[in-house]
Write a protein that binds this ligand. Structure first.
Ligand code: ADP
Ligand code: MG
Length: 393
């Protein structure tokens, strides 16, 4: 069932309780990357143009239900003001009398930003009374925080029990792009999954096998698969308690006749640091004191060839410890291969997006998903609370 968006509702002079994803990376007290703030601008500007009253809500960092001064949203309000060219008033809380008075005094087209919703423990517990207080600040709920849509929190889903929920444009774009991967992907469909841990992504590996033609596994998570195949992995990051799960996935791929590709060579070193000496070895030859930190050149070639033949590619998780230049090669080659195909390409995940930016190919990817966990759960076919609560058309 299609979900209603802010295009489907009369916004004039309506108070919009608008949940956005402003959990931006910081460098000291400066915003290191404002991509997430920029991603909300189409929605914020549209609401302004329609003369709505815009009450923005967001979380930032992990204050764990307490007021943490360094996690206040003032720098974010400042940057947003600069980007939209009008003052964005940052309030000192997200509920309470003062907030209610400020919102009651708002003029059409005005924008306020509530304080970090996670200063209240009730937010992550999705407590009903807290959600009701947030909801009392809006006539409608606009959800544009796809990155937190997999969490049933008060400001991401709870408020929808009290006021009708509409997708903002970022949310709409994510649902549309990821929905395409679920419903009618052009084939062949290849998924490239990497990153640190199998345990984070078991669910998505399982369900992707039902949908894709080939599954390419790299990064730290490949180590556990190689371990499952009997190779000793030295000091590499491994999850011995996930060996059975890895064997289950290998078997499922075989039963379904799907191609499952693992690295055939590995870049190993003593530790993931600049300046260490790097060797390329085959699985099985990882020296005892060393760790597999990237996929090797032959694997890069095989992965790139597989990607080149695909018409649809989903990628989540770097192929190595890309933060260190010496272990970035596999990730960069995969990024290049994905950028060069003539088909539908989606990359999701915080580190994966950072890696794509580093590669210089970000502009060549059809959809950069702002959701890490959210995009994975969406692809598992799960109903995300922040999506489920939206009004159906
Ligand atoms: P995303 O944020 O895109 O979802 P993840 O958080 O799952 O990706 O994984 C990214 C992390 O995985 C990076 O910090 C990277 O250093 C780490 N990683 C990738 N390959 C390895 C490896 N072989 N050994 C240890 N860590 C790895
Ligand atoms: Mg990550």
């Amino acid at each position: 069932m299609p979900k209603a968006t802010i295009r489907d509702v009369d916004l004039k002079e309506k108070r919009c309780f608008c949940r956005v994803d402003y959990n931006v990376p910081m460098k000291g007290t400066e915003i290191a990357d404002d991509t997430r703030i920029r991603a909300s601008l189409p929605t914020v500007r549209y609401l302004m143009d329609k003369n709505a009253k815009i009450v923005l809500a967001a979380h930032f960092g992990r204050p764990k239900g307490k007021v943490v001064d360094s996690l206040r949203l003032d720098p974010i309000a400042k940057r947003l003001s600069e980007l939209i060219g009008v003052e964005v008033k940052k309030l000192d809380d997200c509920i309470g009398e003062e907030v209610e008075q400020e919102v009651a005094a708002m003029k059409p087209g005005q924008v306020v930003l509530l304080e970090n919703v996670r200063f209240h423990p009730e937010e992550e517990k999705n407590e009903k009374q807290f959600a009701a207080k947030l909801a009392s600040l809006g006539d409608i709920f606009v959800n544009d925080a796809f990155g937190t849509a997999h969490r049933a929190h008060a400001s991401t889903a709870g408020v929808a029990e009290f006021i009708p929920a509409y997708a903002g444009f970022l949310m709409e774009k994510e649902i549309h792009a990821l929905g395409k991967l679920l419903s009618a992907p052009e084939r062949p469909f290849a998924a490239v999954i990497g990153g640190a841990k199998v345990s984070d992504k078991l669910g998505v590996l399982e369900s992707l096998l039902d949908r894709v033609d080939s599954l390419l596994i790299g990064g730290g998570m490949a180590n556990t698969f190689l371990l499952a195949q009997g190779y000793s992995m030295g000091k590499s990051l491994i999850e011995p308690d996930k060996v059975d799960a890895a064997l289950g996935i290998i078997k499922k791929a075989k039963d379904l006749g799907k191609k499952l590709m693992l690295p055939v060579d590995l870049a190993v070193a003593e530790k993931p640091e600049a300046g260490v000496s790097v060797k390329v070895v085959q699985p099985g030859d990882v020296p005892e004191g060393m760790m597999a930190l990237d996929i090797g050149p032959e694997s890069r070639k095989l992965f790139s060839e597989e990607i080149s033949n695909a018409k649809t590619v989903f990628w989540n998780g770097p192929m190595g410890v890309f933060e260190v230049e010496a272990f970035r090669g596999g990730t960069l080659e995969v990024a290049a291969a994905i950028a060069h195909i003539d088909g539908f390409t989606v990359v999701g995940g915080g580190d994966s997006l950072a890696a794509v930016e580093l590669s210089g190919y970000a502009g060549k990817i059809k959809h950069l998903s702002t959701g890490g966990g959210a995009s994975l759960e969406f692809l598992e076919g799960k109903q995300l609370p922040g999506v489920k609560c939206l009004v159906e058309l």
